[in-house]
Ligand binder design. Structure first.
Ligand code: IMP
Length: 189
């Protein structure tokens, strides 16, 4: 099955806004299973608290947590760094904070995509100040060469090019989060 067959099959209703498949649903499944195994191994005996960064990481979080064979706990935070545009503003706003104390917990931030790195940099400092036992990151996508802030990412799903992408949780103006795969966006910015 070529990329266009998959596009036609999964997303005919969005096809006019979508370019090529960047990561297929099948590749997501395979890689997330691997990430789950790595996390299960690394955190054996001290299961992490998974902190999902809403909304973009919802699909990833949902699949990743089921790929981990440890009694993990899950929490959610919401941050906003983009508004409705496709370029980063550099301004990060906490829209929803954690509901639990993370002191002495092994915290694993589950993030959708690291682009400039500004969002993650802010989150790390914000959560790091609450004295977790450890604080690491599992990012589904890393935009290569785009980081303005140096990042130490413990787990990365896929390195991708700089193009703006949608699907599997990632949006443009709140749309296309419900696509099964990840596609370049070629509609209006
Ligand atoms: P950063 O602060 O520039 O690293 O941007 C991180 C956030 O911007 C991510 O958590 C996403 O919500 C959003 N973002 C960055 N690149 C994309 C993209 O290609 N598609 C959709 N959202 C993106």
């Amino acid at each position: 099955m070529g990329p266009h067959d998959e596009l036609a099959f999964t997303a005919h209703w969005a096809a006019h806004d979508l370019g090529e498949v960047v990561v297929s649903a099948a590749d997501l499944r395979e890689r997330i299973a691997e990430l789950g195994q790595a996390i299960s191994r690394d955190y054996d005996g001290h299961p992490p608290l998974l902190v999902c960064v809403l909304k973009g990481a919802i699909n990833f979080m949902s699949d990743l947590m089921r790929a981990i064979e440890l009694p993990v706990e899950v929490e959610f935070m919401a941050v906003s760094s983009y508004g409705a545009a496709t370029k980063t503003s550099g301004v990060v706003r906490i829209v929803k904070d954690l509901d639990v104390d993370i002191a002495d917990r092994d915290v694993l931030i589950v993030e959708d995509v690291v682009d400039s790195g500004l969002t993650l940099n802010y989150l790390r400092q914000y959560l790091g100040a609450r004295s977790p036992a450890s604080l690491e990151v599992c990012a589904l996508l890393l935009k290569e060469g785009e980081q303005r802030v140096e990042q130490d990412l413990k787990y990365v799903g896929f390195s991708i090019g700089p193009a703006f992408v949608v699907g599997y949780g990632l949006d443009v103006s709140e749309r296309y989060r419900n696509l099964d795969g990840i596609y370049t966006y070629v509609g209006e910015a």
